[in-house]
Design a protein around this ligand. Structure first.
Ligand SMILES: [Zn+2]
Ligand SMILES: [Zn+2]
Ligand SMILES: [Zn+2]
Ligand SMILES: [Zn+2]
Ligand SMILES: [Zn+2]
Ligand SMILES: [Zn+2]
Length: 475
C-alpha cells in the first residue's frame, strides 16, 4: 500500500482505515475499512481481509499487475556449443564429461532484490540480488543486464515461477550464502570489541574489590556484593550492545525470461560413471555447479568417485598407489589407511595382516617366504642365522627360522654349493655342507674345522648374504 501511495491508519476497533490514491479509486473506491479478524470485521463493519476473501484477491491482482512483480524478457544470442560452455565452466580432474543431449528454450527466472541489515553496535545495510532459474531453483549470476530498469517492459501474459514459495525459500538460502562473509566480518569485529570491554570491566572491578579490602573499611563483604552486582550488570549491558542481529527484507521480485540451454551430461572414467542435468543461460554462459555428494557444497572442480558419486576437492579421497578415487562417504569403505604409514589404499593396494588383522600398504606388508602369510611390521621377525625376515610364526624363540632349523646335509658338489663358492676367496676345502630352501631363499652352511660359512642365495642364485663365524649353527 505504501508503494502505491495508499495510507493505512489503525482504528481503535482494531480495523485499518485505508485511503486509496487517485490511481486506485476506480478499482477500490476512495476509502476502505479492513479487518483481519472476523470479530473485528463484524464489530467495526469493516471488510474482512483474509486468504480467499474478495478484497484480498483484488489487492493481490492489483499488486501482481504492477512493478513489484512484473515479467521481462531478455533476448540473447543462442548457438553456443554446450560442450564449450561446459568445458569453460567445470573441470573433471579424473573423468571425461560428454554432453549427451542439449535443448535450448526460454525459461523463467526469478530475480529477488533484498535489503539486509546487519546490526551489532554498528549497523550495516546491504542490497543483495539473487537470480534463480525458477524451474530448477539453481542460482545464476545476476549480472548488470538483469538489473536494468528498461527490462521491466511487461510481457503480455504473466509467466511467473510455478512455485513462488519454493523459489523464495531457495532465494533466501542463496541470500544467506551470499551474506555469510559480511556476517563473519561484522561478528568478528563486534566480538573483539566486546572482549576488550569485558576485560576492562573485569579489571576495573577486580581493582576496586582489591582496594576495598586493602582499605580495611567496615563491612567489605557487603560492599563487595554491591560491586559484583554492578559488574554483572555492566557485563550484561556490554553483551547486549554487541549482540548480533540480521534482518532481511524482500524489496521486490521480477520474473525474467532468459534463453537457457539444458543439457544431460555423462561423467565417466574407467572405474565409474554418472549422469547429471546441467544448464546455462545464454547471457552469463555460466553452468550451474554440481553439488558434492559429501558436503553438499557447489563445486567447479568435480572428482568422480568410483561408485559414481561426485566429490569436491575437500571431499576427494584417493588411493596413494593408483588413480582410484572415493568420495568422503565411500572412503571409509573403499579405502583403508595403512596401519604403518597411514597412506590410504584401495582394495587392490591394501593388504590385511593375517595375524594382526590390520591393513597395510604394499610398502609395509611383508609376505613370508616360508609360509606365504602376509604380515605387518609388528609380526615380522628376522632369523638369527640367515638374517632374512619372516612372519613371527616361522621364527622360533631360539631366533632361528623354520628353514634354518631344518637344514639337510648335501655334498660339496651340489650345484648351489658350487655356485656359492665360485667366487674368489671362498672356502675351497670345506666338505660338509647343509642346505635349506624356502619360497625365496636358499640357505647354505659349510662346516669347516673351525669356521662355518653361511651363504644365502636368492631365487636367481645370487648371493644376498654371506657370513663367516664360529658357532653359527649353535642354538
Ligand atoms: Zn565436498
Ligand atoms: Zn589403489
Ligand atoms: Zn562415493
Ligand atoms: Zn604403509
Ligand atoms: Zn611364515
Ligand atoms: Zn633362517
Amino acid at each position: 500500500m505504501e508503494a502505491i501511495g495508499a495510507t493505512a491508519r489503525p482504528l481503535p476497533t482494531g480495523a485499518l482505515a485505508v485511503q486509496w490514491p487517485p490511481t486506485h479509486v476506480g478499482r477500490f473506491g476512495p476509502a476502505t475499512k479492513l479487518a483481519f479478524d472476523p470479530i473485528v470485521a463484524d464489530a467495526a463493519k469493516a471488510e474482512l481481509c483474509v486468504v480467499g476473501s474478495d478484497i484480498l484477491d483484488r489487492i493481490l491482482a492489483d499488486a501482481s499487475g504492477r512493478g513489484f512483480h512484473c515479467v521481462a524478457r531478455i533476448d540473447a544470442e543462442g548457438g553456443h556449443p554446450p560442450a564449450d560452455v561446459l568445458a569453460a565452466n567445470l573441470t573433471f580432474p579424473n573423468a571425461r564429461a560428454t554432453v549427451l543431449a542439449a535443448e535450448e528454450g526460454v525459461v523463467p527466472y526469478a530475480l529477488f532484490n533484498f535489503r539486509v541489515t546487519l546490526e551489532t553496535d554498528e549497523k550495516v545495510e546491504l542490497l543483495r540480488t539473487v537470480l534463480l532459474n525458477a524451474e530448477t531453483m539453481q542460482e545464476h549470476t545476476a549480472s548488470e543486464i538483469f538489473l536494468q530498469e528498461s527490462l521491466t517492459l511487461p510481457e503480455e501474459a504473466i509467466v511467473g515461477p510455478s512455485d513462488l514459495a519454493a523459489a523464495y525459500r531457495a532465494a533466501c538460502a542463496a541470500l544467506e550464502r551470499s551474506i555469510e562473509p559480511d556476517v563473519a566480518a561484522i561478528r568478528a569485529k563486534a566480538g573483539a570489541l566486546l572482549a576488550d570491554d569485558l576485560r576492562r570491566i573485569e579489571a576495573f572491578y577486580d581493582t576496586s574489590i582489591q582496594e576495598l579490602y586493602d582499605s580495611r573499611r567496615q563491612a567489605p563483604l557487603e560492599a563487595e556484593r554491591v560491586f559484583r552486582a554492578e559488574r554483572d550488570r555492566r557485563t550484561e549491558e556490554a553483551r547486549r550492545r554487541y549482540a548480533f542481529t540480521a534482518k532481511a527484507r524482500l524489496v521486490n521480485v521480477r520474473t525474467i525470461l532468459i534463453p537457457t540451454t539444458t543439457m544431460r551430461v555423462r561423467v565417466e572414467n574407467g572405474r565409474g560413471a554418472t549422469e547429471m542435468a546441467l544448464e546455462f543461460d545464454s547471457v552469463n554462459l555460466e553452468t550451474n555447479r554440481p553439488s558434492c555428494h559429501g558436503c553438499g557444497s557447489l563445486a567447479a572442480a568435480i572428482h568422480l568417485c568410483s561408485r559414481g558419486h561426485l566429490a569436491c576437492d575437500a571431499c576427494r579421497r584417493g588411493c596413494a598407489f593408483c588413480d582410484e578415487v572415493a568420495c568422503a562417504k565411500c572412503a571409509p569403505d573403499a579405502l583403508a589407511a595403512c596401519a604403518a604409514c597411514v597412506k590410504p589404499a584401495c582394495p587392490d593396494h591394501a593388504f590385511i595382516d593375517e595375524i594382526g588383522r590390520k591393513p597395510y600398504c604394499a610398502d609395509h606388508i611383508h609376505a613370508c617366504a616360508i609360509c606365504g602369510r602376509m604380515v605387518g611390521p609388528p609380526y615380522v621377525r628376522a632369523c638369527g642365522l640367515c638374517g632374512q625376515s619372516y612372519c613371527a610364526v616361522d621364527v622360533e624363540e631360539s631366533g632361528r627360522c623354520t628353514t634354518c632349523r631344518t637344514l639337510v646335509a648335501v655334498p660339496a658338489t651340489h650345484g648351489d654349493v658350487v655356485r656359492a663358492t665360485a667366487e674368489k676367496g671362498a672356502p675351497k676345502n670345506v666338505t660338509k655342507w647343509v642346505r635349506g630352501k624356502n619360497g625365496r631363499y636358499t640357505v647354505l652352511v659349510g662346516k669347516g674345522a673351525i669356521f662355518q660359512y653361511l651363504y644365502v642365495l636368492d631365487k636367481e642364485g645370487a648371493t644376498v648374504q654371506r657370513r663367516k663365524g664360529t658357532g653359527l649353527l649353535r642354538g
